[in-house]
Design a protein around this ligand. Structure first.
Ligand SMILES: *[C@@H]1O[C@H](CO)[C@@H](O)[C@H](O)[C@H]1NC(C)=O
Ligand SMILES: *[C@@H]1O[C@H](CO)[C@@H](O)[C@H](O)[C@H]1NC(C)=O
Ligand SMILES: *[C@@H]1O[C@H](CO)[C@@H](O)[C@H](O)[C@H]1NC(C)=O
Ligand SMILES: *[C@@H]1O[C@H](CO)[C@@H](O)[C@H](O)[C@H]1NC(C)=O
Length: 278
């Protein structure tokens, strides 16, 4: 409204290298924190700074990819530290998706443009990727429980990027990410079709989980049709979750039990080892 013809959007230090294809009203170039510093230096160096914004072009095979976006949700799990969160990460930056034509691409009231597809960023974009994979697995393996599907997605996720290097975290300008940033890793739909082994969970496991959290019989009844008597011997460390997290490990050793089910070829055995993160 002030008459600008274009804009350069520069990340602050916290936003780091997250350069996203957000829709804008003006012609816009979005640059990362480091490039931004060069631009500011240039602007300060002359009385008549000039800039050209070139046409948009698609860059394929950019590296590193994937990396954890600065805004991605982080662990530890505040409700139950014995369960690692997040479980997985999925694509959520600059995702092209079908878009409502009830609003303009920026969803600003003055934006009268209408587009059938738009670029969006956030958990609302990564969630459908994960849900879509769950749907595909459900079609492929109609007998798998929701817990089995979740296990397959988690145990086949990768912690490496497209250079076979550890996935990086953009929140502190590209340091090695930790499981508190990626959980079991970045989802790999094709691998999830055939996880070999799964960590299954039944309704009783969930009820035991609630027992261990101090839910009494009255409360548990609202989750289950029959009355359930909490078993005194159940330990949260044995909740058959597809990841293992040990809070406050200290100097002691801790024994953890897991049960895996073979969903691969019969007789096929596989040894799975997972490291304990303190
Ligand atoms: C910032 O973006 C430029 C491309 O414009 C890229 O060459 C550079 O590596 C990026 N900086 C970081 C730290 O990723
Ligand atoms: C997992 O447990 C559920 C509930 O007991 C069961 O229906 C299912 O067959 C089990 N196995 C798989 C692979 O889902
Ligand atoms: C169970 O817990 C709820 C919520 O704390 C409480 O209102 C209720 O009185 C408890 N019932 C029993 C039988 O202890
Ligand atoms: C619990 O009871 C309700 C109402 O009778 C029924 O619709 C539902 O299927 C039952 N759920 C299970 C897990 O048995």
């Amino acid at each position: 409204m002030a008459g600008a013809v274009g804009m350069i959007l520069v990340n602050d230090e916290q936003s780091g290298n997250d350069v996203v294809a957000d829709p804008h009203v003006l012609l816009v170039s979005h640059v990362n924190y480091t490039d931004g510093k060069y631009i500011f230096d240039y602007i300060k160096s002359t009385k008549t700074p000039m800039a050209y914004l070139t046409r948009v072009k698609t860059e394929l095979g950019s590296k590193p990819a994937p990396f954890v976006a600065t805004f991605s949700s982080r662990g530890p799990n505040l409700l139950e530290q014995g369960i690692l969160k997040p479980d997985i990460i999925a694509p959520g930056v600059s995702i092209i998706a079908a878009y409502t034509e009830a609003a303009g691409p920026t969803s600003h009231i003055s934006d009268t443009r209408r587009v059938p597809f738009n670029v969006q960023t956030g958990s609302s974009m990564s969630c459908p990727h994960a849900s879509g994979i769950a749907g595909l697995l459900r079609t492929l393996h109609p007998d798998w429980s929701p817990a089995a599907i979740k296990s397959a997605i988690m145990t086949t996720a990768t912690t490496q990027d497209d250079s076979m290097e550890p996935i990086l975290d953009d929140s502190s300008s590209y340091v090695k990410a930790t499981p508190f940033a990626y959980g079991s890793g970045h989802i790999q739909p094709n691998k999830a079709m055939d996880p070999g082994l799964i960590y299954n969970l039944t309704t009783l496991d969930y009820l035991n989980f609630l027992c261990a959290h101090g839910y009494n019989e009255t409360m548990i009844k609202s989750f289950s049709n029959s009355t359930y008597k909490c078993s005194k011997s159940f330990s949260l460390a044995d909740f058959n979750y597809p990841s293992i997290a040990v809070p406050n490990l200290g100097e002691d050793s801790v024994t953890i039990n897991r049960k895996v089910t073979n969903v691969g070829s019969p007789g096929h055995t596989e040894c799975m080892s997972r490291s304990h993160q303190k």
